[in-house]
Ligand binder design. Structure first.
Ligand code: SF4
Length: 305
């Protein structure tokens, strides 16, 4: 992995990236078997439409030369009715593929998930009571069991939430990852007016308290910079979900970001139409190229720590 220069690592807000992002998040459907308290707008508003498979394949195929990473999300992407077919297509056409899932249905899709480059599992707590409070399900045991499958390349997505003090569980997460051969924990921060979210500094303090001096660096991952702390061989990526003071859509005030904390365009299907958008407040486009034309240049940025 390539390190970026010190001048970049030292900068504060607003790193402009001149490269148009090559990752698109496909919101396959809005349906989900969880009901997380932190669920972002991808699950809410708009019509609850699945992207018809033929349309999805057409979109991916048409933009093949522009897209390096196909990121499947939802709702719960494992509930997508053509999931198996889609993974076979991506695999056959050698796409780098990412999936973000709540992890509860992994055991039903093992064969396909083995073909995916990175499977990101959202895991808000290792404690049953907290897990239930946040996801409003009893699926923790199943998720943990699923995370033991060694042949899938898992990463854990972790959102520090004040009311359940889950940040205190981080050392346990690191132990869990070591035990199960999981290499990365992506810490998603929500910097906001909400009282229930924890800052990076609190995460850092906790890690320092438990592991002593931290080795921190900024690396290039999937062509983008990401801040990383390495502990016991586990990569802890500090990511952003930026929040705005006012509501930006019917449900929330968050702007969706990828693992590296950079806004990635998303594609979804609403009112029988394909929609491309870089986030909930920006203009909607009917094609990737139209969107690319409008935003080519420096619209991508992330908050630096
Ligand atoms: S698993 Fe994801 S899509 Fe489902 S409710 Fe939770 S945050 Fe929302």
């Amino acid at each position: 992995m390539q390190k970026i220069s010190d001048s970049n690592t030292q900068s504060n807000f607003g790193l402009n990236i001149k490269l148009y992002p090559k990752e698109v998040r496909y919101i396959l459907l809005r349906k989900c078997n969880h009901l997380c308290t932190y669920c972002h707008y991808e699950r809410a508003s708009e019509e609850n439409n699945e992207i018809p498979y033929n349309i999805l394949e057409r979109e991916i195929k048409n933009n093949k030369k522009n897209i390096d990473i196909v990121h499947l999300t939802g709702g719960e992407p494992l509930l997508y009715s053509s999931f198996n077919k889609l993974i076979d297509y991506l695999n056959k056409n050698k796409f780098t593929s990412h999936v973000t899932t709540n992890g509860s249905l992994i055991h039903t899709k093992l064969k396909q998930l083995k073909k995916i480059t990175d499977v990101h599992v959202s895991l808000p707590s290792l404690n049953e009571r907290n897990y239930k409070k946040i996801t409003r399900t009893n699926n923790l045991e199943q998720v943990l069991e699923n995370l033991c499958y060694k042949k899938i390349n898992f990463e854990i997505n972790f959102l520090p939430i004040k009311s359940i003090h889950n940040v205190l569980e981080l050392p346990k997460y690191i132990g869990f990852c070591k035990l199960n051969g999981i290499k990365s924990i992506n810490i998603l921060e929500m910097e906001s007016n909400s009282n229930d979210l924890v800052s990076y500094n609190a995460v850092r303090d906790l890690l320092k308290k438990n592991f002593g001096k931290l080795h921190e660096e900024t690396i290039i991952r999937h062509n983008h910079p990401v801040d990383r702390i390495k502990i016991d061989g586990i990569n802890i990526h500090l990511c952003d979900i930026a929040m705005y003071p006012n509501k930006i859509c019917s449900n929330c005030n968050m702007i969706n970001t990828c693992n590296e904390g950079i806004y990635h365009p998303r594609m979804f299907y609403a009112n029988n139409k394909v929609v491309y958008q870089i986030c909930g407040i920006r203009k909607k486009f009917s094609s990737y190229l139209e969107m690319q034309k409008e935003y080519s240049g420096n619209f991508f940025y992330r908050r630096r720590i």
